[in-house]
Design a protein around this ligand. Structure first.
Ligand code: R5P
Length: 307
């Protein structure tokens, strides 16, 4: 069976090929002189199941490539098209905050279905309720166990003397109400308590930490979120945790968008380690010493067997 990948996801597709029996499919992806996108599948896929790896991360051309690739497979006679989207972009706009707003998450889901996808595999949607309007059958994978296991190793110490920190010295912290469920998932793996904060968002991309519920004093606080975009949420939560007496702060988030000032903010913040996954490709300029990237290819490869 073939796997095809959009330009932005070529590297990720190689990782999937390494851990599965899928074959990389040949493609032609070009730009016309005016900038329009051209996609052609250069394999015979008639009556075959195919896998497409793609992303709708900005710029919007990534989405256009993905939709055209799905359509090219459909028009070439593929019998079943499974789309692998490690990160489902535009997922945050899944409800109305102000009247008149576009429900971008729903539009993305509708476009993917209309292009011809038969199944969608994705990791950590912004909110589980988004599954309600994704009409393509979906496998929703959770990366929290992978992240929690990686954190467990750090908490136990990197030296040969593996001193296990007692669960009561660790607290999982949700930086907003929406992350409480996620925090509970981490707490189950790390067998510890949770705390949570109220978040005030006066406008998009600006966040203030409000009241903190739970005890973090003299503890290792593990801040968890589904994504880090500008890192405003995380650095505010870190400030609040320091004020409340947290001893050490570790951050875990599935999707490292890391836009705008994120990298500088995270480097400067008093965080010992930051764990993210590889659902979003990071250029070398966005990698730094305390950022650990946890691979998700095996998680996704296991899910492929269910299609
Ligand atoms: C919001 O509900 C999300 O879960 C994240 O907290 C948010 O998108 C992170 O954005 P930023 O890093 O820009 O604060």
């Amino acid at each position: 069976m073939f796997i095809f990948a959009t330009s932005a996801c070529q590297n990720f597709a190689k990782k999937i090929v390494k851990v599965t029996k899928l074959r990389p499919g040949r493609l032609e992806i070009k730009r016309f002189s005016d900038g329009e996108v051209y996609v052609r599948v250069a394999e015979d896929i008639k009556k075959q199941k195919v896998f497409i790896m793609g992303s709708n991360l900005p710029p919007a051309e990534n989405l256009v490539e993905l939709l055209f690739l799905i359509n090219a497979c459909k028009e070439s006679g593929a019998s079943f098209i499974t789309v692998l989207m490690p990160y489902f972009g535009y997922g945050r706009a899944d409800h109305w905050v102000k009247p008149g707003e576009a429900l971008s998450a729903k539009v993305m889901a509708d476009l993917i279905k209309a292009a011809g996808a038969n199944k969608l595999i994705t990791v950590d949607l912004h909110s589980p309720q988004a599954k309600g309007f994704i009409k393509t059958p979906i496998i929703h994978l959770r990366a929290q166990e992978l992240l929690a296991k990686a954190i467990k190793i750090i908490i136990r110490g990197r030296t040969s003397i593996r001193k296990e920190v007692r669960p009561r010295e660790v607290v999982i912290v949700a930086p907003d109400h929406g992350a409480i469920l996620l925090a509970k998932g981490f707490a189950k793996v790390l067998r510890c308590q949770i705390a949570w904060m109220e978040k005030i968002r006066p406008r998009p991309n600006v966040a203030y930490a409000g009241a903190l519920h739970g005890d973090v004093k003299d503890k290792t606080a593990v801040l968890v979120d589904d994504m880090i975009d500008t890192a405003g949420t995380i650095v505010e939560a870190v400030r609040r945790l320091k004020e409340a007496g947290a001893k050490k702060i570790i951050v875990a988030a599935t999707h490292p968008i890391l836009s705008g000032p994120a990298v500088e903010r995270l480097k400067k913040a008093p965080i010992s380690d930051i764990f993210v996954t590889d659902t979003i490709p990071l250029p070398p300029a966005k990698k730094f010493s305390k950022l650990h990237i946890v691979p998700t290819a095996l998680l996704i490869a296991k899910a492929l067997k269910r299609t």
